[in-house]
Design a protein around this ligand. Structure first.
Ligand SMILES: [Zn+2]
Length: 191
């Protein structure tokens, strides 16, 4: 059961802290790739990272970001990320795991983890609705779901999606985070 690794992450601060540098490294690679692609206008990109507080992880972090160097464009390009899921102030994997466990653990256990992480009920419910509505109904998912055989049960997202990457350990979670990268770039920078 993949709940062993994921549950440990949510329950145990040192485990979360240990995962963070791994995710930071992956984000660094994504940033290098985004920079190499350049701006849509053809201009070169310059570093314009911005600070991000990350709730659930005790670190001051920086979101990789770029600005187009072209006069008259100056578009901000923020690459996809395995650390941040849009503008949410919690680390992306906390959003994913806590909502997944609403389908994989008892309500009492989820309540304990939720309290431990300082996530209030309204926030958790908002995250759940995001999976079931914006994510599940959105075009990126509609076109990506066909690559899973069998397709994950959309009523138990993101639990079902996580399970489709494997049963236990860090790898299924890392694969899931990589899969979700296209969903992480919609948000405008938040300072
Ligand atoms: Zn540009």
């Amino acid at each position: 059961m993949n709940k062993n690794y994921g549950e440990k992450l949510l329950a145990d601060k040192p485990s979360r802290a240990a995962l963070w540098p791994v995710l930071t490294k992956i984000d660094g690679d994504l940033a290098v790739q985004a920079c190499a692609r350049g701006c849509a206008c053809g201009g070169a990109l310059h570093r314009a990272d911005y600070p991000r507080k990350v709730r659930g992880i005790n670190v001051e972090s920086r979101r990789d970001s770029f600005c187009c160097a072209e006069e008259g464009c100056r578009r901000r390009v923020t690459p996809g990320s395995v650390r941040f899921l849009g503008r949410r102030i919690y680390a992306g994997f906390i959003v994913i795991l806590l909502t997944a466990f609403q389908h994989g653990l008892t309500a009492a256990r989820v309540a304990v983890l939720q309290e431990h992480l300082g996530v209030d009920r309204r926030t958790l419910e908002r995250w759940r609705q995001w999976w079931l509505q914006e994510f599940a109904q959105g075009r990126p998912w509609r076109s990506a779901r066909g690559r899973f055989i069998p397709p994950p049960d959309e009523r138990t997202l993101p639990w079902s999606l996580w399970r489709s990457f494997g049963d236990d350990g860090p790898k299924p979670l890392l694969d899931l985070l990589r899969f979700l990268v296209p969903w992480t770039t919609h948000a405008a920078p938040e300072n």
